[in-house]
Design a protein. Structure first.
Lengths: 140, 93
């Protein structure tokens, strides 16, 4: 069965799902470009990583099932992998960004728990000392 | 009729995904800091993966799906390696 023989309802559903998924990916990229701070920008591409991926994968499953004439569920593997890997990768990235901001002297962000022994002992005392004279600038 | 509808929707979706990739590429180019570039690279990879998946919707072969699977693994590994590099200054300790 080729694409020309797909039933109309399936074509409408697949078109809607693909358009919604691509629109969410586009919205995520616009957010990535427009939001001001890094910690706001981290949220934007996850729009494409969760609902965008889900919509396009469901459309792909529907198309595969109709073309092959049997239920196709191999896309679930990719969905599960992306749902597991995206939070891990972004958590590591934000932890690295917190560490870099802290090293660069930006006291508007909390210290990252990097597991380094030399970061922790003076952390609270340093924060208390800096809070007395540092101007809190949340927009940095 | 249904082929025309699906083909048009796929074309529009692919154009939107290419635009999303261009916006992520602009953020990758602009920075301002290294973590912004890594995040933009991750988003670029994800948008490219979605683009390959839209090709998969339009075709009868499973080749595009396997490409998307490999891209998902490579995107994850590269983001983790770059984050590790930003955190520690080296990838493998």
């Amino acid at each position: 069965m080729s694409a020309a023989e797909l039933p109309l309802w399936a074509a409408i559903v697949m078109s809607l799902l693909v358009l919604i998924g691509a629109g969410l990916a586009l919205a995520g990229s616009i957010g990535l470009l427009r939001l001001r701070t890094f910690y706001e920008r981290v949220h934007a591409p996850t729009l494409a990583g969760t609902l965008g991926v889900t919509c396009i994968l469901v459309a792909s499953m529907l198309h595969g099932s109709l073309v092959e004439g049997r239920p196709v569920a191999r896309e679930i593997v990719l969905g599960v992998f992306l749902f597991l890997s995206t939070p891990i990768a972004l958590l590591l990235l934000v932890r690295a960004a917190l560490y870099r901001d802290h090293v660069a002297g930006d006291r508007s962000v909390p210290a990252a728990d990097t597991g380094r022994p030399d970061d922790d002992p003076s952390g609270s005392a340093k924060r208390a000392r800096d809070a007395s004279h540092a101007a809190p600038d949340q927009t940095q | 009729m249904s082929a025309t509808l699906l083909g048009g929707a796929l074309l529009v979706a692919q154009l939107m995904l290419v635009l999303a990739m261009a916006l992520a590429g602009w953020r990758l180019f602009q920075g301002p800091r290294a973590q912004d570039r890594v995040l933009a690279f991750d988003a670029l990879y994800l948008d490219a993966l979605l683009l390959v998946l839209t090709f998969n919707v339009g075709s009868a072969s499973t080749l595009y799906f396997e490409v998307a699977l490999v891209m998902a693994v490579f995107g994850f590994v590269s983001t983790v390696a770059l984050s590790k590099f930003l955190l520690r200054g080296e990838v493998i300790e």
